[in-house]
Design a protein around this ligand. Sequence first.
Ligand code: HEM
Length: 422
Amino acid sequence: MATRAIEPDFGPLAEARAAAYAMPLADIDMTTPGLFETNTHWPYFERLRDEAPVHYCANGRFGPYWSITRYADIMAIDTDHQRFSSDAHLGGITAKDMDSDFILPMFIAMDPPKHDVQRKAVSPIVSPLNLAKMEVLIRERAQSIFDNLPIGETFDWVDRVSIELTTQMLATLFDFPWEDRRKLTYWSDSATKDETIPGNPTKAEREAIMLECLIYFTGLWNERINKEPGNDLVSMLAHNPATRDMVPMEYLGNLILLIVGGNDTTRNSITGGLLALSENPDQYAKLRANPALIESMVPEIIRWQTPLAHMRRTALEDVEFRGQQIKKGDRVVMWYVSGNRDERAIENPDAFIIDRARPRQHLSFGFGIHRCVGNRLAEMQLRIVWEEILKRFPKIEVMGAPKRVPSAFVKGYESLPVRIPA
Ligand code: HEM
């Protein structure tokens, strides 16, 4: 297999390529967090797409599972909720099963009809009118973050910009007490961190942190339940007939969904965009010459980053799929990160091109009944970020390698050192 044009023929990626093609296909386990922490998953996915697009891993870290790696196949599974379930009680939506002794019911991990009514309860948050209202607030807050960045010294872009912007957006969505907003980040990070990795919260610690989140939000619910419904997510859940009688764990589950949904994903797109432009100076020059390209660059960033590497389903019946026999109860993992680099569907997929002809053709938001509720909001946030950056900073220098998250689910960054030249 020839080395692709964008890859150097030395270093970790070249070594990963050799390893990916040397090992028996059956041994490939894409749920290995190290492959994402070191950014070396690419050649493994490439091999799976070419040689075993519906691939069975019998000894996965989280148990046996199928990997679906081609764009069209992912689309086929994602839009077939009749046969491929998201139900938390069958394992939920990540390769790792939801803990059966701490099930958090949330509508992303439900099938119809309950999924549909709960989704409807929160959808007004992203109505065009509400988005327009939020845009003003989100822009003001972004401006203040950018105006206060240090000039001429190295700082962490993830903490100062990506996390802060996203946390402020979440606080806006929940009408959350402003001074406590970093709690949202803490709860979100705690909910998704892999407990098997040293330094991350253990299962018991995570559950305690989740209950802390529930207690805090129960206070907000009680304040808002007897008031006129506001335009925030807590009021929407508290007043809608489909959600107002939720048991506490279901309230918590949906809160975690909305916090995590809006947090890691947008945060990592903000960092990923800066990194992509820094690695592709010709694209940055194009953007500076024509800021109107922000419109097509935003979805390209979201494709290029693919902030959620996968979603998982469980087969509700035996299914023959592309010649493979998927059995009832099997885990089926749709690797969006791979589908977004499938040259069968996307031209020149490994290249970051801010003026692609069809930039919205990507899998990062999923498809079908669970397609991301917040997609327009996320795009708006990224558009504002780049509009405000271009107004202020001719250059932002990336000063070192990013530290990536060791996770096969959240594909993102823990830190990225940058400097804005004086
Ligand atoms: C770049 C940013 C984002 C990305 C890449 C992203 C990605 C995704 C993906 C892959 C899904 C599942 C799709 C499927 O299973 O087919 C999803 C669902 C969801 N997302 Fe996002 N998301 C982003 C931003 C947001 C934001 C800002 C919110 C706002 C709160 C949000 C809320 C949700 C919710 C509530 C769901 C569940 C939808 C359902 O089950 O019906 N997301 N998102």
